[in-house]
Design a protein around this ligand. Structure first.
Ligand SMILES: *Cc1c(COP(=O)(O)O)cnc(C)c1O
Length: 370
């Protein structure tokens, strides 16, 4: 197998999906959509579809990939602050379940496209609830300074506008506060915000068919072997115990990372061991072209030498890309590294392969089932 490549353990994915299913089975009005931007590899999509999840898309390309992989349009929701006209048209023609509308300007364009195509759009409004997810600044989305969603003080007039236009079927409200959230408190705060908004809507005589609380549940990047499956019971119970849903209301979730992160590993080969004056570098053949999370968010993936069981030494593990940020780990304690050893970057199933690029004219990485 040419390195670097992605390796997926479908057993871990299956255990993850089973746990999601078990934690939500007693609620027929709950729907889990997989956020396909985390990983659109067909190997994974096939299993995710078998477990009955819907799809959360953030682009027209993702809508196409979801449908090509057999997900019914009726299970697809579509978010994003910058939906292009062709993407709106594609979603309307495909009869997707719901647009998560992020601005009044977008609402106006969807109305135009509905009129042009003779279609009705099912819509929810993405609310910016001003909740701090206490996660990395580049992956928090629910604060007033973030570009996402509609701020609460601006919400009512926009909902009224939608209700007044027969081309819209207004479904409800959508939220998504950030990613890699391990502390349950932000989800708890989100529930309180949703409850307060529901009370307000009720007072205003506005009926909500559905509430969508987005995704964001984190995974254990430090000890992936100990915690291959996130604590879905705890996560879902926050909503079960704190959200005051109205009779007949649907509750939607959009989980990405928590579904696929732990089933994927990036496998890379050591090209050179380079001794500096103060550092020893393990130079591997993967770089941020294959896994950009360390360079983009300062993220860390556990690094394991799969080949060697020599005495543990300290290395900076770096890639071949001509950028100083192309570093997977500093002062990593690894079994003695030699040229040709295979190194695994763990927990790379989410936002790994999906974010890979061809910078430096590098080929995209292949993938295999473990
Ligand atoms: C990215 C995204 C998700 C999934 O986020 P995770 O942290 O991977 O669970 C859900 N909803 C929307 C709107 C998103 O943009």
């Amino acid at each position: 197998m040419r390195t670097p490549y992605y390796q997926y353990d479908l057993g871990i994915l299956e255990n993850t999906l089973k746990s999601i299913k078990e934690s939500t089975a007693q609620h027929i009005d709950w729907h889990v959509h997989y956020a396909i931007k985390a990983n659109a590899n067909p190997l994974l999509l096939k299993l995710i579809k078998e477990y009955g999840l819907g799809i959360d898309c953030v682009s027209g390309g993702e809508i196409n990939v979801a449908m090509e992989n057999g997900f019914p349009a009726s299970s697809i929701v579509f978010a994003g602050v910058g939906k292009a006209d062709w993407e709106i048209d594609l979603a309307l023609k495909s009869d997707i379940a719901c647009f998560n509308v992020e601005s009044e300007a977008e609402l106006d364009v969807i109305a135009e496209r509905c009129a042009a195509l003779g279609k009705t759009a099912h819509i929810a409004f993405r609310v910016n609830p001003d909740v701090d997810a206490h996660t990395h600044a580049n992956i928090t989305t629910g604060k007033a300074e973030n570009k996402f969603g509609i701020e609460i003080p601006m919400l009512l007039p926009i909902i009224r506008k939608a209700l007044d236009n027969p081309c819209f079927a207004f479904e409800g409200l959508h939220f998504h506060i950030g990613s890699q959230i391990l502390d349950m408190e932000p989800f708890h705060l989100l529930c309180q915000k949703v409850n307060a908004l529901q009370d307000l809507m009720e007072k205003e005589g506005i009926k909500l068919n559905s509430i969508n609380v987005g995704g964001g549940l984190g995974v254990d990047y430090v000890n992936p072997e100990l915690n291959p499956v996130p604590d879905f019971k705890q996560y879902f119970s926050i909503f079960e115990n704190n959200l005051k849903l109205r009779k007949g209301q649907q509750l939607h979730f959009e989980l990405g990372r928590a579904v696929v992160a732990q089933c994927g590993q990036l496998i890379t080969k050591v090209l050179y061991v380079k001794q500096g004056t103060v550092k020893k570098f393990a130079i591997v053949d993967a770089g941020f072209t294959e896994l950009i999370r360390p360079a983009l968010y300062g993220a860390h993936h556990k690094i394991v030498n799969m080949t060697s069981d020599g005495p543990v030494q300290k290395y900076d593990v770096v890639g071949p890309i001509c950028e100083s940020s192309d570093v997977f780990g500093k002062d990593e304690m690894l079994s003695e590294v030699r040229r040709g050893d295979l190194i695994a970057l763990m927990s790379a199933g989410a936002y790994g392969e999906a974010m890979s690029s061809q910078y430096n004219c590098r080929p995209l990485p292949p993938s295999v089932e473990k």
